[in-house]
Write a protein that binds this ligand. Structure first.
Ligand code: MRU
Length: 352
């Protein structure tokens, strides 16, 4: 996303401020900011996807911890710290797949552990500084990902993306979309094909909105059209984001990504993942152990205000799938590109 709108920002000081974020459920027709003044509001915003995308929910959760503690600075240090633990557990229950959420909450908890002698007032300040740091680091990482990814693309190429890995999903600029934005800044004109991304249409509502705002040639397609678009030779690369990457490089991302990767393989098109180091979970050997969120059936049967399936039909609604490492040509991180994608190369880049 351009710098015109901030996906999320803190308004005020650590002690009394609030989290302000774009309500992404209203896009692309309504651009509205909402204020989250307590941790419950942040949990709800993450749960219903007002704020979504792996890095953005991590940042929101870090600020959510600060909100949870604002009313508790006058009590004892023990009370403050137990409230911190409770709020981190509570925020962790909002969504299971994107590891950035847990990564950010761990950073907040570790920050408190490092500052064990501080009073509640001072500790809240330290936690707020940590949340701002998480936010700012994400911004930097996204810019670096763009730099490492744009080298892979040539002027005039067609590229395809799935879901939204843009500024709306991060502090700014995005991961997959950062690659396209940076390529554009380098004078490379791309034709970006955007999968609409059933059932919640993050591609149509959010990615198409971000790309067209920046004047990038954008063509929206239904998810089921990707094979035909590839067969017609319109696409020379696929770039998507990720929600959690296991030690062997298996990558969870929005449902449908795996299918796109299989199609890319069948058509000899390189498939890239763009993700910051905060999206890696080296505690998991492979993607088989990544928890896959299942969401409400009504997202499929009643999306966007109209019933589109019979009342009694059974529904299965996994929100993510796992693309096996062997289908991924390279993972573009802020530290450089991981290629080939296997445990040795993932660990060499991420553990250093
Ligand atoms: O359910 P969502 O909209 O949070 O899913 C988001 C995605 O799958 C993104 O591709 C991923 O989080 C990467 S965002 C840089």
């Amino acid at each position: 996303m351009s710098n015109k709108q901030e996906t999320l920002r803190w308004s005020g000081d650590a002690a009394t401020g609030k989290l302000v974020l774009i309500d992404q459920t209203l896009l692309p027709t309504v651009l509205e900011y909402i204020e989250c003044g307590d941790v419950e509001a942040v949990w709800e915003a993450i749960k219903v996807l007002r704020v979504r995308g792996a890095p953005a929910i991590g940042i929101a959760a870090a600020y959510g911890v600060c909100l949870a503690l604002q009313q508790h600075v006058d009590g004892t240090s023990d009370h403050f710290r137990s409230r911190l633990k409770e709020s981190a557990e509570y925020l962790a229950s909002s969504r299971p797949t994107a590891v950035n959420l847990f990564w950010a909450l761990d950073r907040m908890t570790e920050c408190a552990a490092r500052n064990e002698d501080r009073t509640p007032v001072d500790l809240l300040d330290a936690l707020f500084v940590e949340a701002v740091r998480i936010h700012e680091e994400d911004r930097q990482m996204c810019h670096e990902i763009g730099r490492h990814g744009a080298e892979l693309l040539d002027d005039g190429q067609g590229v395809l993306t799935h879901c939204n890995a843009g500024g709306l999903a991060t502090a700014e600029y995005g991961t997959a979309l950062s690659v396209f934005f940076t390529a554009q800044d380098l004078g490379k004109n791309l034709n970006v094909y955007v999968d609409e991304t059933r059932p919640l249409l993050q591609g149509a509502r959010l990615t198409a909105w971000e790309l067209t705002q920046r004047g990038i040639n954008t063509t929206l397609i239904c998810d089921s059209m990707a094979a035909q678009v590839m067969r017609e030779g319109r696409v020379q690369a696929v770039v998507t984001g990720a929600d959690r990457i296991a030690a062997n490089g298996d990558s969870a991302n929005k449902i449908g990504t795996y299918g796109v990767a299989v199609l890319a393989k069948a058509h000899g098109i390189p498939f890239y993942i763009a993700a910051p180091s905060s999206t890696f979970d080296l505690t998991l050997a492979s993607g088989d152990s990544i928890p896959i969120e299942e969401r409400d059936a009504r997202e499929i049967t009643h999306s966007f205000g109209r019933q589109t399936a019979p009342d009694d039909v059974a529904v299965y609604n996994p929100a993510f799938d796992v693309t096996p490492a062997e289908l991924i040509r390279a993972i573009i991180t802020e530290r450089g590109r991981i290629e080939p994608v296997d445990e040795e190369h993932v660990r060499a880049m991420i553990e250093r």
